[in-house]
Design a protein around this ligand. Structure first.
Ligand SMILES: *Cc1c(COP(=O)(O)O)cnc(C)c1O
Length: 379
């Protein structure tokens, strides 16, 4: 059996977890939390980052930090994971769903402006499959209307936006950005995430919201002589044992990314050599790098895709589709303004993700592609 995902273990996780336990500080904001945060801030030049228990939590922190209130409008792509919208719905926001680009599941930058109203309080972008949204036109619209941008960079660790011969790391554009270390992501700690705070005026409050609405982090740094309840918040910080696990992954990031990109390229080569007309390959626009997060294919319609999923499964290969468009979801459909979002619906019907994880072998990839070839030669 070839599973859809298999979390990679670098081998140093248990050693670091033991050390965290031996240090005697296993609640949040301990030695490994600081090691991770410092490494991330230095590597990517982020002003400040805070580890969280998930990307969902980081997005919830973003919604609180932006003071999203009932009746505010927040623009969110429809083709994304539930959390991208849910975090803002919890603050009472009305979600205005945006469509995908015709050629890529990411938000259509050129249809964004028409969704903005006087009530728009935030624009959320998702760097789908670790592929950058075209940030130049997007940030241009956001700046003109003075609307903060939040990046859902759950899939985008170490991804870059390329413009004028320069590269800029994803997660550095929005006032805030959220990353995931869920076991299905490139580097992982089972469950885990982080919030990146690019607007320095939000940094102090972010730390308070992170620590249950208290100024405890300041207290432990000796900046105030007592701590107490000063704001809203929740318990968003992970135990230091989780951070210890993540640290083992972070120090191996380069190797993990290189392997994933190698596997992605191998799939791409196998499909390019075959050049089947019934299959569309993923597009990496010239303004984006590829971080090897996901390899997907597009088919002519939902029926072909579902038949292929069954064919692969019958042969021991677990390939999966996602997402169900959020504007058509059970929870939101009667709250949605009724616009149809044809590109989001198209990707929902036609997209299939193939297994892609560090320990996958070229031989297994060749087997998967041979099953797909057999399927299309029969159908
Ligand atoms: C995985 C994912 C999330 C949720 O991440 P968690 O860490 O599981 O909360 C949110 N948005 C996108 C785009 C994702 O891929």
């Amino acid at each position: 059996m070839i599973p859809f995902n298999k979390p990679h273990i670098t081998g140093k996780e248990l050693e670091f977890i033991s050390d965290a336990v031996a240090c005697g500080h296993i609640s949040g904001n301990g030695k490994y939390t600081k090691l991770c945060q410092n490494l991330i801030e230095e590597k990517w030049g982020f002003q400040k980052c805070l580890l969280t228990t998930s990307c969902t939590d980081a997005l919830e922190m973003a919604a609180i930090l932006l003071d999203i209130k009932p009746g505010d409008e927040v623009i969110v792509p429809s083709f994304t994971f539930v959390s991208t919208a849910l975090a803002f719905v919890r603050q009472g926001a009305n979600i205005v769903f945006a469509d995908s680009r015709p050629d890529h599941p990411g938000i259509d930058e050129y249809q964004l402006e028409q969704l903005i109203t006087p009530k728009t309080r935030a624009i959320i972008v998702v760097h789908y499959a670790g592929v950058a949204v075209d940030m130049t036109p997007l940030m241009d619209v956001a700046r003109r209307y003075k609307i903060p941008v939040v990046e859902d960079a759950a899939q985008a660790i170490d991804g870059y936006y390329l413009t004028n011969g320069q590269s800029r790391v994803l997660g550095s554009f929005g006032v805030l950005s959220a990353f995931s270390f869920h076991e299905t992501k490139n580097i992982q700690s089972g469950e885990g995430g982080m919030l990146v705070i690019n607007d320095p005026s939000l940094a102090k409050r972010a730390e308070i919201i992170w620590e249950k609405g208290t100024n405890r982090a300041e207290f432990f740094r000796g900046e105030v002589n007592k701590y107490g309840w000063v704001d809203v918040g929740s318990s968003f910080l992970p135990a230091d044992t989780i951070a210890a696990f993540l640290y083992a992954q972070l120090i191996d990031l380069k190797e993990i990314q290189a392997r994933r990109v190698q596997l992605w390229n191998h799939y791409h080569q196998l499909f390019t050599d075959w050049s089947c007309e019934q299959i569309q390959l993923p597009v990496i626009p010239q303004f984006s790098t590829n971080n090897g997060h996901m390899f997907y294919l597009l088919f002519e319609n939902v029926h072909v895709r579902q038949k292929l999923i069954a064919h692969l499964k019958a042969n021991g290969v677990m390939a999966v589709f996602h997402y169900l468009p959020l504007h058509l979801s059970t929870y939101y459909t009667d709250k949605h303004d009724g616009r149809s979002l044809p590109n989001s619906e198209k990707f929902a019907d036609r997209l299939l993700r193939l297994p892609l994880y560090y320990d996958l072998t070229f031989g297994q990839q060749e087997f998967i592609v041979s099953l797909i070839r057999a399927f299309f030669s029969r159908n």
